[in-house]
Design a protein around this ligand. Structure first.
Ligand code: ADA
Length: 561
C-alpha cells in the first residue's frame, strides 16, 4: 500500500488525507503498534465506524501515515473520540482521554527524514466513574479522528498564549495577554501590530509573559449585524504570532444580557456538530450550510451541545455573526459528579475549552454539565468548581448550564445566567395526544415565576431546551407528527420572544441525530433522536419554516416600534 507522506517545512503542516488503517478488538493499552498489518485506508478527519469492516462496531481504529521532518516537533490533534494514543516510530508520544478536545504533544522526532506516525483511537465505553463520555448519553459515541491533525517544528520561541479580551467596544480597548516559552530570558518586550498596519505598540515582557491594555486603531465593533474582525500580530526577534479577535462586550444588567450595551433577544437552537453519514467529522461545507440555513430562518444563536466546538465552526460563526453558547462535555451526569477523577477531568477539559476558544467573538457565554445532578450537594459542588474554572479562565463571559431540575435546582445562585431544559407536552405530564398550548404556557410560566423571585430576578433567563419528536411523513397531527412538533416549537418560540423576563430560547434541536435505540429516558426510533427541525440529511420539517415565521414576525414588530 502507498502510504500518505508529507514533508514538513518551517511551518505547520496539515496532516488531513487518506491514511493507512486497520481495526482491531484490542484495547488501547494492550496495543502493539509494531506488529500491526494495515489492511485498509481511512480518511482523517473521519469516523471509522462508518467503514464497512467495522460499521457501528466498538474497538480500536489505528491510523498510520508518513511524515518527513526531524528535531523537536509539536503534534496538534483538534479532537477525536472516545480516546486516543499517539505513536512516533513505534514509541508512544502522548495520549488523551478527552473527547472533542484540542491537545498538543511536544516530542523529539529524531533525525531529519521520513518517520511513521500512528494514531490509535478507541471507541469502547468506559463505565468507570471517571469516564467523560458515558454510555447513557443521548448522542452516538462515534470512534474516529473527528477534527484535523497537524504538525509543526518547535520554534526557538513558542507561543503558549495570545489572548485578546475586549474591554470597551466604543473605544476599541482590549487587554492582550502573551505567554511565550523557549528562549525568552532576554526578551524585554514584544512589538504589536493591528490588522495590516505597522508595528506601533509595545508590550513589556518578563520571563516571556506580558499583559497590557491597548486601543485598536480604527476599531470596528463585532455584532451579529456587523461581524467585523481584527487581527493582532506579536513580534519577538524574527518571529511573528497572530490572533484573530472581535471587539464586542457582553454584560449583564437587571436580568438582561447585553451585547455592546444593547439587550439581546436570543432566537436560538441547539445544534449537535454531527451528521448521520459523517458522525462528528462533519465536513466544513455542511457546517457552513447549517449556519447559513439557520441564519436564513432568523436564528441568531447556537448552543453547541454538548461538547467543545471545532475551531473551523467557530471561525465561521465569527465571520457570519452567529452567536454561540459553547459548553464542555457532559450529559445527565449523576452518581459520577462526586467522583474525584471525573471532577478533575471535567475541570481540565473545561479549562482547555475556554483556552481554545477565548478569542472567538461569537462565543458569548460558556456552559458545562448539561442536566447534571444539580439538585444534590455533590452536583452543586461540581457546578461550583466548573463555574469557578470558567470565570478564572475568562472573566469576560457569563457562565451557565442547562438544568433539567426545574424548581428543585440548588445551583441557581452560582450561575450568571439561569437556563432551563424543559419538555412540557412531551415527557411526563398529561396523556394528551394533541398539542396543548395552554399546558405549554402554564408550565413555562412556572419556570419564569421561579426565576423572577428577588434572589434570581437580576439574572438573565433562558429556556435552553424544549422540543418534540417528529417522524417525517407522519401527519396525524398527534404526538410524533410533523404538525405537533411545528405547533409546539412555534408556540414555545413565541412565548419566550414575547416574555419580558426571558432573554431567549434554544429549541431542541436543529437536526435529527444518531443516538441509541434506547437511551436512558425514552425510546429513539431507528436509533435517532428525531426532535430535529431538519432531518439528519438536513431536509427541513415543517417546524423549521413555522418557527422561522415566528422569529421574523417578532423582529419585524420590534423594528417597527
Ligand atoms: C435532554 C438532553 C438532550 C436530549 C433531550 C431529549 O434534555 O439535554 O441532549 O437528550 O433531552 O431529546 O430528550
Amino acid at each position: 500500500m502507498n502510504t500518505l507522506s508529507t514533508s514538513v517545512g518551517g511551518s505547520a503542516a496539515d496532516l488531513s488525507g487518506i491514511w493507512d488503517f486497520t481495526f482491531l478488538k484490542t484495547p488501547l493499552d494492550a496495543l502493539k503498534v509494531s506488529k500491526l498489518r494495515f489492511d485498509s485506508c481511512a480518511a482523517v478527519p473521519g469516523c471509522f465506524d462508518f467503514l464497512p469492516q467495522c460499521r457501528m462496531l466498538r474497538g480500536t481504529g489505528v491510523y498510520r501515515r508518513q511524515v518527513t521532518c526531524g528535531g523537536e516537533m509539536i503534534l496538534t490533534s483538534e479532537g477525536l473520540g472516545l480516546r486516543g494514543a499517539f505513536f512516533w516510530d513505534g514509541k508512544k508520544i502522548g495520549s488523551t482521554e478527552f473527547p472533542f478536545t484540542l491537545e498538543k504533544f511536544r516530542f523529539d522526532a529524531g533525525a531529519p527524514g521520513p518517520h511513521e506516525l500512528i494514531i490509535a483511537v478507541n471507541n469502547e465505553f468506559d463505565d468507570s466513574p471517571g469516564s467523560l463520555f458515558r454510555r447513557n448519553y443521548d448522542f452516538y459515541a462515534h470512534g474516529g479522528i473527528y477534527r484535523p491533525v497537524s504538525i509543526a517544528p518547535v520554534q526557538p520561541i513558542e507561543l503558549e498564549t495570545l489572548q485578546v479580551i475586549p474591554l470597551d467596544a466604543k473605544k476599541g480597548e482590549v487587554e492582550v495577554t502573551v505567554v511565550l516559552t523557549g528562549k525568552t530570558a532576554k526578551l524585554g518586550s514584544a512589538a504589536l501590530r493591528w490588522d495590516d498596519g505597522v508595528f506601533t505598540d509595545t508590550l513589556k515582557l518578563k520571563n516571556g509573559r506580558g499583559k497590557g491594555v491597548f486601543r485598536v486603531p480604527d476599531p470596528k465593533v463585532w455584532s451579529p449585524e456587523t461581524p467585523d474582525l481584527h487581527t493582532v500580530t506579536v513580534k519577538v526577534k524574527e518571529q511573528e504570532f497572530s490572533a484573530t479577535f472581535g471587539i464586542r462586550v457582553i454584560t449583564i444588567s437587571k436580568g438582561k444580557l447585553l451585547l455592546n450595551g444593547k439587550a439581546l433577544k436570543i432566537a436560538g437552537t441547539n445544534r449537535h456538530d454531527a451528521h448521520p453519514d459523517f458522525g462528528y467529522a462533519v465536513p466544513d461545507e455542511i457546517r457552513l450550510r447549517d449556519l447559513l440555513t439557520l441564519k436564513h430562518q432568523g436564528f441568531n444563536c447556537i448552543r453547541g451541545c454538548h461538547y467543545p466546538q471545532s475551531g473551523a465552526f467557530l471561525d465561521m460563526c465569527d465571520r457570519l455573526g452567529m452567536m454561540v453558547w459553547e459548553e464542555s462535555l457532559g450529559w445527565g451526569n449523576r452518581a459520577e459528579v462526586g467522583d474525584p477523577l471525573f471532577r478533575e477531568r471535567q475541570i481540565r477539559q473545561t479549562a482547555m475549552m475556554a483556552r481554545k476558544s477565548i478569542n472567538h467573538p461569537c462565543v458569548i457565554m460558556w456552559g458545562c454539565l448539561n442536566e447534571c445532578a444539580s439538585e444534590t450537594p455533590e452536583g452543586r459542588e461540581l457546578v461550583k468548581m466548573l463555574i469557578e474554572t470558567l470565570h478564572k479562565a475568562d472573566p469576560s463571559r457569563p457562565v451557565t448550564f442547562g438544568s433539567n431540575r426545574s424548581t428543585r435546582d440548588i445551583c441557581m445562585d452560582l450561575v450568571d445566567i439561569i437556563s432551563f431544559n424543559t419538555y412540557p407536552c412531551w415527557y411526563g405530564g398529561s396523556e394528551d395526544q394533541y398539542f396543548d398550548k395552554e399546558g405549554l404556557y402554564k408550565s413555562l410560566q412556572v419556570l419564569v415565576d421561579f426565576a423572577s423571585t428577588p434572589e434570581y430576578k437580576n439574572k438573565p433567563l433562558f429556556i435552553s431546551e424544549i422540543g418534540a419528536e417528529a417522524i417525517p411523513g407522519n401527519h396525524s397531527g398527534m404526538r410524533w407528527s410533523e404538525e405537533y412538533q411545528a405547533s409546539l416549537l412555534s408556540e414555545a418560540m413565541r412565548y419566550v420572544l414575547e416574555s419580558k423576563r426571558c432573554t431567549g430560547i434554544f429549541l431542541w434541536q436543529f437536526c435529527d441525530i444518531r443516538t441509541y435505540i434506547s437511551c436512558n429516558c425514552q425510546s429513539r426510533p431507528g436509533g435517532f433522536n428525531r426532535k430535529g427541525m431538519v432531518e439528519g440529511n438536513r431536509n427541513p420539517k415543517p417546524s423549521f419554516r413555522e418557527v422561522g415565521k415566528v422569529i421574523a414576525e417578532f423582529f419585524a414588530k420590534k423594528a417597527a416600534k
